[in-house]
Every structure is written in C-alpha cells, then in structure tokens.
Design a protein around this ligand. Structure first.
Ligand SMILES: [Fe+2]
Length: 146
C-alpha cells in the first residue's frame, strides 16, 4: 500500500520535489505504523503535518502557477481545495471520535490516492509547463540572469 519515492517521480523543480518527497515519507510512515498496529498513535501527528503541509505546499504551487500564467490553474487549484477539504473532514472526525484505527485506514487511502492522482499526474503537468516557461524566459533574457 505504501509507495516508494524514485527519481521517476521527480518533477524537476527542487522545492516541489522536496515537499513531495516529504509527503511520500509521511504516507509510508503512516502505512508502516498501521502494519505495526501503531496507526492510532501516528495519526494525530500525520494530520497535524498535513494541515501545515497543504498550506505551504499549495501556496508554493499557486505562486508557480501565477508566475507562469499556467492555463490549467483553475483545475489544479480545485484539486487542492478538494484535498484540503478531505483532510479537514478526517481531522474533524478524529476530533469527534478520537484516533480510531479506521480513521488511519481512511487517511492512508486518501493519501495514496492523492499521490497517484495528483502528484503523479496533475503536478507533473504543471511542472512540465513551468520548466518550458522557464526555458523560454532564459532564452528571452539571453541566459537566465535576473
Ligand atoms: Fe498540486
């Protein structure tokens, strides 16, 4: 159920790749914890991480999309908003019921789906666009100064 980070997953933008790698690490940590029946203990920490993560990471991607006038940014931002809402929903259920193990299962499923659908597809499309724009900019400026 966990996913390995490999070079194949890199989008080629350092900040974004570092943030994605951290997310993979957290997802694998949660899955491992569940396998060792420590899922409930790990849960609160992962949820706290995710809430902070989405703020920083989605903001970084939003800046990239604005800077490069990315045509797909409404769709991309909608996926971010949907994921943020899903994380908040799990967080509020945990707040209501406590760290039940079915919440850990639900969250791990959500995260694996997110890695597959968004990080591997939607983020990759954005990264391809950003790299192409930056290449054009560098040529326009005659070598990437400024
Ligand atoms: Fe994204």
């Amino acid at each position: 159920m966990g996913m390995e980070w490999t070079a194949r997953l890199a989008v080629g933008i350092d900040d974004i790749d570092a943030q994605h790698r951290e997310l993979f690490r957290r997802v694998n940590g949660l899955v491992t914890a569940m396998g060792e029946r420590r899922g409930r203990e790990e849960l609160a920490e992962v949820v706290a991480f995710l809430r902070a993560y989405v703020d920083v990471h989605f903001e970084a991607e939003a800046r990239l999309m604005a800077r490069t006038r990315y045509p797909g940014r409404a769709f991309h931002a909608a996926e971010h908003a949907h994921f943020r809402a899903q994380v908040e929903e799990v967080a509020s259920r945990i707040a209501a019921d406590g760290a039940e193990s079915h919440h850990a299962v639900k969250l791990a499923g959500l995260l694996c789906e997110w890695l597959r659908q968004h990080v591997l597809l939607t983020d990759r499309q954005l990264a391809d666009h950003v790299r192409a724009e930056d290449l054009l900019d560098d040529r326009w400026r005659g070598g990437g100064e400024g």
